[in-house]
Design a binder for this molecule. Structure first.
Ligand SMILES: Nc1ncnc2c1ncn2[C@@H]1O[C@H](COP(=O)(O)OP(=O)(O)OP(=O)(O)O)[C@@H](O)[C@H]1O
Length: 229
């Protein structure tokens, strides 16, 4: 389980995270939801230690986040982080050389799944192909948790469907997924748990199936309650 407790973060005098606490379970898809600027990416970056927080803790499977635990978690950012002059296959080889957790068989499977052409230069990729490449790199690691920041951002309908298929495929392999997305309708049937952020705090954290059966509400219904109250 990823356990985020009371994260606080400010940029200059502006509070961006005002005590964020929630959990994301292994084997489940947890979606961090919120309007633009709510602080979702900041939370993901804070979990990965890429953003320094003012206070608060992150535990992975009961242990405080540490350098060795980062191997348990792969982070798929919403932009390219590999050198733009590299070809995709070179970038993958680079990852294979540097990450003990790299799984070459799964990398191959992902290249086929997304129909990527390894010869293409990263700097020449369309937005959609870049998103698929980012996903392929993140999922090819044998991590126990995967964090995804806006995997559908700027992606055409068919590619969105292809990316959504990842969530119901064995490419996730029982891992815990924590993602941010604005494409709630597309993901609704795949999400186990929703965590709604507003103004740097968590307004609601709920089991999607339970709220559907107990209260007959969709995620969007709950979002309306939070944002339009
Ligand atoms: N490096 C930074 N310096 C100053 N302010 C920042 C910085 N990074 C983020 N912020 C601010 O923190 C707030 C939260 O940003 P964040 O990117 O986490 O929001 P988000 O919920 O992911 O938004 P979106 O849905 O638009 O991606 C925003 O108001 C943003 O302007």
């Amino acid at each position: 389980m990823i356990e985020v407790v009371n994260l606080r973060k400010s940029y200059r005098r502006r509070n961006v995270l005002n005590g964020v606490s929630f959990t994301a379970e292994k084997g489940q898809i947890t979606c961090l939801i919120g309007i633009n600027g709510a602080g979702k990416s900041t939370v993901l970056r804070a979990i990965m230690g890429l953003t320094q927080v003012n206070s608060g803790t992150v535990h992975i499977d009961g242990r405080p986040m540490s350098r060795e635990l980062y191997e348990k978690v792969s982070f798929i950012p919403d932009r390219l982080t590999m050198p733009l002059g590299m070809k995709m296959e070179e970038a993958m080889q680079f990852m294979a050389d540097f990450y003990r957790s790299w799984n070459p068989a799964r990398a191959k499977e992902l290249i086929q799944f997304f129909q990527l052409n390894g010869n293409e230069k990263i700097g020449h990729l369309s937005k959609g192909t870049a998103a698929k490449f980012n996903l392929a790199i993140g999922l090819a690691q044998d991590s126990e948790y995967v964090l995804m920041d806006e995997p559908f951002s700027g992606i055409d309908m068919f590619s969105r469907e292809q990316i959504a298929d990842v969530f119901s495929s064995d490419l996730l392999d029982g891992r815990g997924v924590l993602l941010t997305t604005h494409e709630i309708a597309e993901m609704e049937h795949l999400i186990d748990k929703a965590v709604i952020m507003n103004n740097g705090t968590i307004s609601r954290e709920f089991d999607c199936e339970q709220i559907r059966s107990d209260e007959g509400k969709s995620i969007v219904d709950v979002m309306r309650e939070v944002y339009l109250a």
